[in-house]
Design a protein around this ligand. Structure first.
Ligand code: ADP
Ligand code: ZN
Ligand code: ZN
Length: 713
C-alpha cells in the first residue's frame, strides 16, 4: 500500500502542512497534481512524497491524478528553498511552478454583431470594439469612463461575446537588421565572458552595465547561440513581454521555432503546451517573465536577465519571490552561467558586483553615436515667467519642431486619470476613498475612481460637506495630458498607454505596434513605457514631472527616479537621428536628476550607496516586512500585538518601524506594518519563518510576511 504526502490548496497558502492520503491503487509520483478530499470539500494538491506507511488513521484516498504534468525532483527541491525565502507555504510555490490547468482561459469580450437600438453609451462601446480587438470588461469601462451596465446589456443582446485573450508576442514588422560585425566593445565583452567562464563551462556570474542602445541584446543572442550549439538550454528573463517585445522578436528571429514563450498573458492552453514542450526538452530557448524562472528546463546552462533592476521581478502576492534571487540560486545548483543586464543596475546588484560576486562588464557607448541633447527645466521659473501650462516653453517648442520634422514624441507622466485631486475651494474638503486612505482620481467629467480598490463614485455638483458649488480639479494625469495634446495638435494622433487604456499585455502590445507603425506621432504614458523599446523615429522624450517618483514614501525613491529618467532618456535618439530629452521638475537640484542628466550611473551609485550605508539600509542590511490587516480595526490591533510579542524574542533582528503604512486603509482593511532589519552578511529568515508558523491564521486578520520587500506602501 502506498501513501502520498500532499501539499494542498493554494487558498490556505500560509498553512504549511502536508496531509497524508492513500495513493494505491492509483499510481502517482512526487510532483503530480492531484484532487483530494479536505473536510467536506475537494481541493487540488501536489504530491510531495510517496511513502509506504502512514500514522494517520482512517486515511482517505486520493480522488484522482489531475493531469500528466509533473514537477521533476530538482524543481521540488527548489520549491523548498523558495518557500523559505518567500515566507510562504510549500504549496503556494508548487502551484506557482506548474502551468495553469487547461480550464479557466483568460477571457475577454469581442464584437460579434452590430446590434440595433443602442443607447449612447452602448454605441460608444460598439464603436470602440469595432476594431475587432478582444478586451476585458474592465478595460472597456475604464477606457470609456462608463459603468459596467452598458457592457452587460450588450452581452445579453448578443452584440458582444466572450473570446479568449491572447498575446502573440510577435511583432511581425519590427525592423530586425542582422548584426554582421560586432563592435570592438562587444567583442571585448564576449571575450571577457569566455575567458572568465572557460568558454561558458564555468557557472560564473556577470553583470553588464550598458547604456540603452549599447548592444547588450546582441551579446545575449551570441551567448545564447554558443550555449545552444553545445546542446545547452537558455532562459531569457524579461520584466514584461509586451514592453520587451522587441527583445523577444530578436530571439525569435535568431532561434525561430526553438523559442518557447512563458508568461501570464498567454492563453492557458498555449502556456501549458509550451510548458510541456519545455519539460520534454523540445525548446532550447525560453523567453519569459518572472514566473518563467520556474521553467522546467533540464539542461539549463545560461540565464540572461534583462533590465535586472525592474521591480516587476518581485512578485507581490504569495509566493513573494524575487525572480533574480531564484535565478541565481537555480543557476548555481544547475551549473548555469548568469548574465544580468541593465543601463541602471539596482544598488543591490552593483554592490555585489563591486564586491566581486559578479564580474562587471561595462558598455558605456551607444552603437549609433547619435547626438543626444538633454535639458532639465525648472518649472518654478516657468511659473515666474507667467507660464501656467503643464508644458514648459522648452518642451512645447521641442514638440512643435519634432512633429514638424515628421518624427515622434514620447511623454511620461507617472499619474493616471484626469485630475488626481478634487478639492472644495470653500471648505477644503478632499474626495477620498471610503475604503482606502487615498485620494480619488477624476477619470471622466464626473466619475471619480480609487486606484487601489477600483471603486468609483459620481462626482456630485456640490461639496458634500459645505454644499459649495466651487469644486476645483487639481493636478493632471495622463488622460488629461492626452486631451490637452489633442487640443494643441489637432492634426496629430495621440496614443495613451497606461493601465486604464491598456490594462492587459495584449492591449499594450497592440498599442505599441500602432505607435511603431507610425499611426500616431505622440505617445503619452506612465512609467510603463520607459522600458527597453526601440523606436527609431522617436527623437523627443519628455518627462512631465520628475518629482512624482521622488515624493514616494520609500527609501528607493531616489533610485527609482534616477532609473526612470535614465531609461526615459534612452528612448530618444536610438537611430542615427538627433535626439532630445526634456525633464521637467520643481527640484532641479536633486542629485538623482543631476546624475541622470549626465548619464552618470557611477556617480549616482557612489552618492546613493553612501546614504544607504549611513542609514543601514539594503544592501547593508536585510529587511523584512510584516503587514497585518483586517476589516475590523480591533482584530488588526489584536493580531499585531500577538505578533509583536513573538517578534520581541528574536535575536539579530531589530524592529525599525511599527505603525501604519502609507496606505493605512486599503480595500476596506485597516493595516499595520512592521519593518525589521537584520544587520549581517548573508540572509537568514529562519527565525521569522518560525514565527510565521506559530500563529494560527485567523479568519479575521491577515498576516503577510515579505522578505526583502520591494514595495513598502
Ligand atoms: P541594448 O540591448 O543595449 O539596448 P541593442 O543590442 O538593442 O542594445 O542594440 C541597439 C541597436 O544597435 C539595435 O538596433 C541593434 O540592432 C544595433 N546593433 C547592435 N549591435 C550592432 C553592431 N555590432 N553593428 C550594428 N548594429 C548593431
Ligand atoms: Zn466644501
Ligand atoms: Zn479604494
Amino acid at each position: 500500500m502506498l501513501y502520498a504526502r500532499v501539499a494542498t490548496s493554494a487558498k490556505k497558502a500560509d498553512v504549511d502542512m502536508l496531509l497524508d492520503y492513500q495513493l494505491s491503487p492509483l499510481s502517482g509520483e512526487p510532483g503530480n497534481r492531484v484532487l483530494v478530499p479536505l473536510g467536506n470539500r475537494k481541493v487540488e494538491g501536489i504530491i510531495v512524497q510517496v511513502v509506504d506507511s502512514t500514522e494517520v488513521e482512517q486515511v482517505k484516498p486520493v480522488e484522482k491524478i489531475l493531469d500528466d504534468t509533473c514537477l521533476a525532483s530538482p524543481m521540488m527541491e527548489l520549491a523548498h528553498w523558495v518557500a523559505r525565502r518567500a515566507g510562504c507555504s510549500l504549496a503556494a510555490v508548487l502551484f506557482a511552478m506548474l502551468p495553469p490547468r487547461r480550464k479557466a482561459l483568460p477571457m475577454g469580450l469581442k464584437l460579434v454583431s452590430p446590434g440595433e437600438k443602442l443607447s449612447v453609451k452602448q454605441l460608444a462601446v460598439v464603436r470602440l470594439m469595432s476594431d475587432g480587438n478582444v478586451r476585458t470588461k474592465a478595460e472597456i469601462t475604464r477606457q470609456l469612463g462608463i459603468s459596467a451596465s452598458p457592457v452587460d446589456a450588450l452581452v445579453s443582446k448578443g452584440v458582444l461575446d466572450k473570446a479568449p485573450l491572447i498575446i502573440s508576442a510577435d511583432f511581425p514588422d519590427w525592423h530586425l537588421d542582422e548584426v554582421e560585425h560586432l563592435t570592438a566593445r562587444q567583442k571585448q565583452v564576449l571575450a571577457d565572458i569566455a575567458e572568465a567562464s572557460h568558454d561558458l563551462s564555468w557557472p560564473g556570474k556577470f553583470l553588464i552595465q550598458g547604456v540603452a542602445g549599447s548592444g547588450k541584446t546582441e551579446i545575449y543572442i551570441r551567448l545564447a547561440r554558443q550555449v545552444v550549439e553545445k546542446g545547452g538550454q537558455v532562459l531569457v528573463m524579461v520584466p514584461e513581454i509586451a514592453l520587451t517585445a522587441q527583445l523577444v522578436a530578436r530571439f525569435r528571429a535568431a532561434f525561430g521555432e526553438k523559442v518557447a514563450v512563458l508568461h501570464s498573458g498567454l492563453e492557458d492552453r498555449v502556456r501549458s503546451d509550451y510548458w510541456r514542450g519545455v519539460d520534454r526538452g523540445e525548446f532550447p530557448v525560453v523567453v519569459g517573465t518572472r514566473s518563467a524562472v520556474f521553467a522546467p528546463l533540464k539542461r539549463l546552462r545560461l540565464v540572461l536577465m534583462d533590465e535586472e533592476h525592474e521591480p516587476a521581478y518581485k512578485q507581490e502576492e504569495a509566493p513573494r519571490y524575487h525572480a533574480r534571487d531564484v535565478a541565481l540560486y537555480r543557476a548555481e545548483r544547475e551549473n548555469a552561467l548568469v548574465l544580468l543586464g541593465s543601463a541602471t543596475p539596482s544598488l543591490e546588484t552593483m554592490y555585489q558586483a563591486r564586491k566581486g560576486v559578479y564580474k562587471l562588464l561595462t558598455m558605456p557607448e551607444r552603437i549609433f553615436r547619435c547626438q543626444l541633447e538633454t535639458k532639465l527645466v525648472d518649472m518654478r521659473e516657468e511659473l515666474q515667467a507667467g507660464n501656467r501650462s503643464v508644458f514648459s516653453r522648452e518642451l512645447r517648442n521641442s514638440i512643435d519642431q519634432t512633429l514638424a520634422r515628421g518624427e515622434q514624441v514620447i511623454l511620461f507622466l507617472n499619474r493616471r486619470g484626469l485630475a488626481p485631486t478634487v478639492l472644495c475651494r470653500n471648505c477644503g474638503f478632499r474626495y477620498t476613498c471610503s475604503h482606502c486612505s487615498t485620494g480619488l482620481t477624476l477619470h471622466s467629467s464626473n466619475l471619480l475612481r480609487c486606484h487601489y480598490c477600483d471603486r468609483s463614485v459620481v462626482l456630485p455638483s456640490k461639496c458634500p460637506r459645505c454644499n459649495s458649488p466651487y469644486l476645483r480639479k487639481l493636478g493632471q494625469g495622463t488622460q488629461k495630458l492626452e486631451e490637452v495634446l489633442a487640443e494643441y495638435y489637432p492634426g496629430h494622433t495621440v496614443l495613451r498607454l497606461d493601465s486604464d487604456s491598456a490594462g492587459s499585455a495584449v492591449a499594450r502590445e497592440r498599442l505599441l505596434q500602432r505607435f511603431y507603425r507610425g499611426e500616431a506621432n505622440i505617445l503619452v504614458g506612465t512609467q510603463m513605457i520607459a522600458k527597453g523599446l526601440d523606436f527609431p523615429n522617436v527623437t523627443l522624450v519628455g518627462v512631465m514631472l520628475a518629482d512624482l517618483s521622488l515624493a514616494m514614501a520609500d527609501f528607493r525613491a531616489a533610485e527609482r527616479t534616477f532609473q526612470l529618467v535614465a531609461q526615459a532618456a534612452g528612448r530618444a535618439g536610438r537611430a542615427e537621428k538627433q535626439g532630445r530629452v526634456v525633464i521637467q521638475t520643481y527640484q532641479p537640484e536633486h542629485y538623482s536628476l543631476r546624475f541622470a542628466m549626465q548619464e552618470d550611473y557611477q556617480g549616482f551609485y557612489n552618492y546613493e550607496i553612501a546614504q544607504r550605508k549611513q542609514a543601514m539600509l539594503p544592501p547593508y542590511s536585510n529587511l523584512a516586512r510584516i503587514v497585518i490587516s483586517s476589516e475590523r480595526q480591533q482584530n488588526m490591533e489584536r493580531q499585531t500585538e500577538t505578533i509583536l510579542n513573538e517578534l520581541a524574542t528574536l535575536s539579530g533582528w531589530e524592529i525599525i518601524y511599527s505603525g501604519p503604512p502609507p496606505f493605512e486603509k486599503l480595500k476596506g482593511s485597516y493595516r499595520w506594518h512592521v519593518l525589521l532589519r537584520q544587520q549581517q552578511c548573508g540572509e537568514d529568515f529562519s527565525q521569522l519563518n518560525a514565527v510565521r508558523k506559530t500563529f494560527k491564521r485567523t479568519a479575521n486578520a491577515r498576516v503577510v510576511f515579505d522578505y526583502n520587500p520591494v514595495n513598502l506602501m
